[in-house]
Design a protein around this ligand. Structure first.
Ligand SMILES: Cc1ncc(COP(=O)(O)O)c(C=O)c1O
Length: 403
């Protein structure tokens, strides 16, 4: 039981209040911060007590691969922040994505995935699902894409689940969640949305028709670049099945220590997302005026396709942006010239990080495939951190000048 429930109060007055107090565990010493249950197993006073917990007749824990109080607090908190009923945590975002896609695949119907997805998700499809004989169809779900007519056809033909991401990594394309969610509801197909980029502070896909939301908690939820974690939240029925089958059987179990760090990170999530957004907005505005920059992809720019959808489904544009230069050489020279912003593949940290998808995260794809995925050779992805806005602007300005 969490402390807010124990005291009979609800912590659902506002997002920030819930984020600060909603993950607290009851503690006999009334410690301000929650205990961390670093245990692999749990003991019982007698066989009967253990049997009744195993049978689900009374609450409790048996083994930490199937459940742990600290991990449970984090699952419940993210579920509440997203407007979901329950959650299940994983050792990484990929753990959550793998479990959800395998859960969908058990329908034995084809799966539909968005063309504009994090590369790890795409690699899971081509490296795991397809070799297992699972049919996966790719749909362009962007607001500026082919339109949703083709998607409707795919749904009509029957599907076990749909998986998409908005804004997408690294192309920053936007999916209209309400439109996609309405079609999925019409055809009775569950929709899973990777909400890693906006975090629950800026977007709640469950409110737009999604059945399941997944996060790489490694990113904004943890928020400090010091852990790996993942979580899937949503309706109790779907999450309950994943929590009792895919999660314990895949074994990608989140450690209690990392769950605690994620709970700590979430306490400042709303503030951090605001600060990331302020800095990313300033950089995007600056970059779009620079002659050497071919394109700036940031959901907060009114010139971007899907901006009206962003205004409807996001409460802020977030900290991720991509900048297109004329070719890979210029892109990489720009990155090498940065001093405050560091080169690295993760995102959502206090440190600003920059990567070159064509030669880093997307190096396994041909140029044609990358173009289709919205990743030209000159694209640079920037995770705008929490350094002083002036230092970030000066860094980018200096790097551009050196080109
Ligand atoms: C959008 C998105 N989803 C999922 C993941 C996978 O998360 P993890 O690295 O925690 O497995 C990432 C990682 O970069 C990501 O950017």
């Amino acid at each position: 039981m969490d402390r807010t429930e124990a005291s009979g109060k609800t912590a659902s007055e506002g997002f920030e209040t819930l984020a600060v107090h909603g993950g607290d565990l009851e503690d006999p010493f009334r410690a301000l911060t929650s205990p961390i249950y670093m245990t692999s197993t749990y003991t019982f006073p007698g066989v009967e007590e253990m049997s009744s917990v195993l049978a689900g007749e009374r609450p409790g824990y048996v083994y930490s691969r199937a459940g742990n109080p600290t991990v449970g607090a984090m699952e419940k908190l993210v579920a509440r922040l997203e407007g979901g009923e329950s959650g299940v945590a994983f050792a990484s975002g990929m753990g959550a994505i793998a479990a959800v896609l395998l859960h969908f695949a058990k329908s034995r119907l084809p799966l539909i995935v968005s063309r504009h997805l994090y590369t790890g998700t795409r690699h899971f499809v081509s490296g795991m699902l397809e070799p297992l004989g699972i049919l996966v169809k790719v749909a362009d779900l962007r607001v500026n894409g082919e339109g949703l007519g083709n998607f409707r056809e795919l749904l009509r033909a029957g599907a076990g689940g749909v998986f998409c991401e908005t804004p997408s990594n690294p192309s920053l394309d936007i999916v209209d969640l309400s439109a996609v969610g309405a079609l999925c509801t019409e055809y009775g197909v569950p929709l899973a949305v990777d909400n890693t980029f906006p975090s629950p502070a800026l977007q709640n896909p469950l409110r737009h028709g999604a059945t399941i939301v997944v996060h790489s908690a490694t990113k904004y939820l943890g928020g400090h670049g010091d852990l790996l974690g993942g979580v899937a939240v949503g309706r109790a029925e779907a999450i309950g099945k994943i929590a009792t089958v895919e999660s314990p059987l895949l074994g990608a179990t989140l450690s209690p220590m990392n769950a605690w760090l994620i709970l700590r990170g979430i306490k400042t999530l709303a503030l951090r997302m605001e600060a990331h957004t302020v800095r990313a907005t300033a950089l995007a505005q600056f970059l779009k005026e620079q002659p050497m920059v071919l394109d700036v992809r940031y959901p907060g720019l009114s010139s971007r396709p899907g901006h009206e959808v962003v205004l409807r489904q996001m409460s802020g544009a977030g900290g991720m942006l991509s900048v297109a230069f004329d070719g890979a050489v210029r892109a990489r020279r720009f990155m090498d010239a940065l001093r405050v912003i560091r080169i690295g593949v993760s995102l959502g940290d206090p440190s600003s990080l920059v990567e070159h998808p064509a030669t880093m995260s997307h190096r396994g794809y041909s140029k044609e495939q990358r173009e289709l995925m919205g990743v030209p050779d000159g694209l640079v992805r920037l995770s705008v951190g929490l350094e002083s806005p002036d230092d970030l602007l000066r860094d980018v300005e200096g790097a551009l000048r050196s080109l």
